[in-house]
Design a binder for this molecule. Structure first.
Ligand code: NAP
Length: 291
């Protein structure tokens, strides 16, 4: 039975870890807050006392945590997974981290004999729970082939962009473009609201117009109805992704990335007010009449 350590049981990680149990893997789990592991341990996962404990004697370690800092801690911290991984263990980082962090982590873990796979994902928590994520992989081809049995339970599509780090580059541009669309939609709808337009009509027009991307189609009705009951992606996570994309843009582009900077600023503003709320709730801050 393949053995996997799964670390990080937030909105996404809980469902992903559950997929390994359903697929018959021997699963050890760890999360900073233990309560989130209860459902999985009831299904047969072993609770590990630390990431290092989870990584003991497994074939692959998979992580799904918030950001660079959390990723650094669970892999390389004092009780991090790296401390106990044996040479040849697959190290699969699914969290959205910065490009620099992905490269640093791969160098460190490969230096210890692990096989690092850059594997951020797209898809919401329901896709995570049903194994339908799209996996954005950066890895050499041999490492990817070795990892495939460990990717199959969590993803229905693998997009292999190239060497380690390339999956993260794509993930960051994907979420940057999403940030720009959502923040732009919030400001557009706020202007329409404050101008007194019939928002039912505005919604119909948006849904059938040329700017109706999947992001816009998802968020427009929720923003207009102020219905954020099914929060799946928080303002703080969107800000983090846009900020990581900005770092990369500033390293790569000759011209200043003005729109990227604006998106980071919009999400910094929203995150200061509502970090753990749905990313679309920023409209409540923006749609206020001018004093
Ligand atoms: P979440 O529900 O906020 O979960 C975050 C996870 O990170 C939790 O397990 C949390 O532990 C852990 N964590 C945070 N800080 C930590 C620290 N300092 N040390 C150890 N663990 C720490 O987030 P999520 O929505 O599952 O997202 C997880 C990752 O997937 C993020 O990188 C996100 O950008 C990416 N992502 C999310 C979605 C989505 O739709 N939500 C889609 C694609 C990709 P606690 O439980 O103890 O807080």
């Amino acid at each position: 039975m393949p053995r996997v350590a799964f670390i990080g049981l937030g909105r996404m990680g809980r469902g992903m870890a559950g997929r390994y149990i359903e697929a018959g893997f021997d699963v050890a789990v760890w999360n900073r807050s233990k309560a989130k592991a209860e459902e999985l341990t009831a299904l047969g996962a072993r609770w590990a006392s630390s990431p290092a404990d989870a990584a003991t004697d497994v074939d692959a370690v998979v992580t799904m945590v918030a950001d660079d800092e959390a990723s650094r801690l669970v892999w390389l911290g004092p009780n991090g997974a790296a401390a106990m991984m044996k040479p040849g263990t697959l190290a699969i980082e699914c969290s959205t981290v910065s490009y620099d962090h992905a490269l640093l982590l791969s160098r460190d873990l490969n230096g210890r004999g692990a096989i690092y796979i850059d594997c951020p994902v797209t898809g919401l928590p329901d896709a995570a729970a049903s194994g339908k994520l799209t996996l954005l992989v950066g890895a050499d081809a041999v490492a990817l082939d070795r990892a495939r049995p460990f990717l199959a339970p969590i993803g229905s599509t693998i997009r292999h962009f190239g060497p380690v780090g390339s999956g993260t580059v794509y993930k960051l541009i994907n979420n940057l473009m999403g940030a720009i669309q959502i923040a732009g939609l919030a400001e557009g709808l706020a202007i329409a609201e404050q101008a007194g337009l019939d928002m039912k009509l505005v919604l119909e027009a948006v849904q059938s117009g040329v700017t109706a991307s999947p992001q816009v189609l998802r968020h427009a009705p929720r923003m207009i109805a102020r219905d954020f009951a099914d929060a799946t992606f928080t303002t703080a996570l969107r800000h983090k992704d846009a900020a990581y994309a900005l770092q990369l843009a500033e390293q790569l582009l000759r011209e200043p990335p003005l729109v990227t900077r604006a998106a980071v600023e919009a999400y910094a503003y929203a995150t200061a007010e509502m970090p753990d709320d749905d990313e679309g709730r920023m409209i409540e801050l923006i749609s206020q009449p001018k004093a």
